[in-house]
Ligand binder design. Structure first.
Ligand SMILES: Nc1ncnc2c1ncn2[C@@H]1O[C@H](COP(=O)(O)OP(=O)(O)OP(=O)(O)O)[C@@H](O)[C@H]1O
Length: 631
């Protein structure tokens, strides 16, 4: 069946030219609309498979307005745009188009973009549908399996994490009985009830009640990113309290309308400034009935008897990946989403940020685990050898090919191939790689017989591939094929809170290797490390610690060989945001002080924190909380 295309373009000549190209290429053009209103009319008659969408149109509404509707209706669209200003392009990008064509473009560009857009849309839709149905099942299970309110909400929050990301979720009827869950590790959450909130903020109950009364209650689902969130946080309110206390920068609020006319709120907060968008609201809306049915029966609410803070075991594949910054946790969430599917993943990040580590992790979490994981560094091979390395060769295929050799793709059959530094792949090989992706078959060098391979492809690059595409060094079609699921690894300088844990991790590792017994790093060194900008990222940090361990004779690393010239200004303490660990540490110290340092027994710190005394003790050790801080 012919794919149906709608052209939304106000320039008649351009629109007609597009129509001619599309018809010639075998598409069915269902209409040409010069305004959003006209496009909506046409779509009432026939639903298109894809819309070619100009941004500036006749009438008040722009292509971006129509894009929001198309997104809701799950219709793929490609923007056609002359060079617009940055603001417009950013707004257009935020609607997540399936492609983007900058005018003037060639016929070939249009056709390739169309093909890629359909492929991406189909893939993304398929994996989104799978994910959503898994989430539905999870929620239904949680609702029937957990009776206690707190535990149920904690589990619901966790189920949402990889769908609607958050660093804090607060749920309840907008009262002092609301419960929050603050993310403190991949699968670890600190419960924030009113008593914890009072302890952390130092406010009185009366003050929180006043804030609660001042909080404007959303009666429809809303999201607030960055400036919009800052704006609603100008007035004192519970939202502002959460934002300031836990350094949140965006917020999504979803009120469930209960049959008795009240609202049960799920409020998501994120430390990133731009986390939320319309898709999150649509997803929640589709799941609303499951939640309403449960929440509306308030009598069902059973107090939790034995519920303790959730400290769930880490997923094994993440073991050895050190760090708990929200940027890294966000990467973990994406990995969990993409790992089970066969989707191609493109990992982007500076050198040494852990791309290979992450690729391995995706493989370990996929159904292909147990099958080969084959790594190829495209930058390490001379261009003339990459082809035979990847696809193998027949005996006598070229001078020196003295025997038949299987290539990496064949070796990776049923498993995963990791193509590192994909940006270095020569153009003529890119087309062959594209064929493997499309046809799922390879040909050995010197042979015309195709061999079927079943391989998942993960690629990585530290180059800006979009720039490589623009400069003609990387094929656009291959870029889109590989970029079905992009994963961006943060630079170490952007997650400085992970530096101490990484430094200790490598210190212990090199202690074991060298037989040394170093127990720590001096405060001065740690401070310098936090201030350095780490162009070589984790690999550079590892090397610095390795050398420091070798050079240290005592028990503390007092001197780390951080290049002085690159050291940035020391961090000014007052303006630096506190890390999750620092917050946790401060919180525990405050509670301990209130309890006069008592850990065990009724009314003592462990009980107030709702964790076993043994966990509290080990947390105190880990966070370096000593008795002298308490009294
Ligand atoms: N989160 C982490 N925790 C512990 N070790 C890590 C972490 N991330 C990376 N490493 C270690 O840092 C080093 C560099 O990681 P890796 O080789 O995966 O980086 P890369 O981004 O692939 O680098 P390149 O772009 O140069 O190929 C490795 O020794 C790896 O084990």
């Amino acid at each position: 069946m012919k794919e149906k295309i709608l052209i939304v373009e106000d320039q008649f000549v351009e629109a007609d030219y597009l129509r001619l190209i599309l018809v010639k290429a075998g598409y069915e053009v269902i209409g040409i609309a010069r305004s959003v209103v006209k496009a909506q009319e046409i779509m009432k008659q026939t639903t298109p498979d894809l819309v070619l969408l100009d941004i500036f149109l006749k009438g008040k509404l722009t292509g971006i307005d129509l894009a929001l509707q198309l997104k809701n209706d799950n219709i793929a669209f490609i923007y056609l745009s002359a060079n617009s200003n940055e603001e417009v392009l950013t707004a257009a990008k935020a609607t997540q188009p399936s492609g983007f064509l900058v005018k003037p473009f060639r016929e070939k560009d249009l056709l390739v973009t169309l093909e890629i857009a359909q492929y991406r849309h189909h893939h993304i839709q398929e994996s989104a549908l799978n994910k959503e149905s898994t989430l539905q099942q999870q929620l239904t299970h949680i609702i029937s399996a957990y009776k206690g309110r707190e535990q149920k909400l904690a589990e619901i929050g966790k189920a949402f994490q990889s769908h609607i990301p958050f660093d804090l979720i607060v749920a309840g009827f907008n009262s002092t009985e609301d419960i929050g869950f603050l993310r403190i590790g991949y699968d670890q959450y600190q419960t924030i009830r009113i008593k914890e909130l009072l302890t952390i903020t130092g406010l009185t109950m009366a003050e929180v009640v006043t804030l609660s009364a001042n909080t404007i209650i959303d009666t429809t689902a809303m999201w607030y990113n960055d400036d919009a969130f800052e704006k609603i946080c100008k007035q004192p309110s519970l939202k502002k309290l959460y934002a300031n206390t836990f350094q949140m920068r965006s917020h999504l609020s979803f009120p469930l309308h209960l049959p008795d006319g009240t609202f049960f709120h799920f409020s998501f907060y994120s430390r990133r400034p731009d986390t939320y968008h319309a898709d999150h609201i649509s997803l929640f809306r589709r799941l609303e009935p499951i939640l309403v049915a449960d929440m509306s029966d308030r009598k069902k609410v059973v107090p939790d008897t034995a519920f303790k803070n959730t400290e769930i075991t880490n997923i094994k594949a993440f073991e050895g990946i050190i760090g708990k910054s929200h940027l890294l946790l966000n990467v973990f969430d994406h990995i969990i989403q993409v790992a089970p599917a066969d989707t191609s993943v493109l990992i982007m990040g500076e050198s040494g940020t852990g791309k290979e580590r992450i690729a391995d992790c995706i493989h370990q979490l996929s159904p292909r685990k147990g099958q080969p994981f084959i790594k190829v560094n495209c930058a390490a091979l001379p261009a003339s050898l990459i082809e035979s390395e990847l696809f193998g060769h027949e005996k006598g295929a070229f001078t020196g090919a003295i025997e038949r050799r299987t290539g990496k793709f064949e070796q990776a059959d049923k498993g995963t191939i990791f193509l590192d530094e994909i940006g270095e792949m020569p153009l003529e090989l890119q087309v062959k790689l594209l064929r493997v992706l499309q046809e799922k078959e390879i040909e050995r060098v010197g042979s015309n017989t195709p061999i079927k391979v079943d391989v998942r492809i993960i690629t990585a690059t530290n180059r800006n591939l979009e720039k490589e595409v623009a400069e003609g060094r990387f094929r656009l079609d291959l870029y889109y094929r590989l970029n079905v699921f992009p994963l961006i690894l943060p630079a170490l300088r952007d997650r400085t809170e992970d530096i101490p844990a990484l430094a200790y991790h490598f210190m212990n590792y090199y202690n074991r290797k060298t037989g040394k017994k170093i127990t720590g790093l001096s405060d001065k060194i740690l401070k310098n490390m936090m201030a350095y900008h780490w162009p070589g990222n984790i690999r550079e940090l590892e090397h610095v610690i390795e050398r420091s361990v070798l050079l240290t004779n005592g028990t503390t690393i007092e001197d780390a060989l951080i290049p002085v010239s690159r050291k940035t200004e020391p961090v000014v303490e007052e303006v630096r945001m506190k890390t999750i660990h620092e917050n946790e540490r401060d919180y525990i110290i405050t509670v301990l002080k209130k309890c006069n340092g008592r850990i065990w027994g009724a009314g003592a710190a462990a009980e107030v924190l709702n964790i076993p005394p043994s966990t509290l003790k080990s947390k105190m050790k880990k966070l370096g909380i000593k008795k002298e801080y308490i009294v």
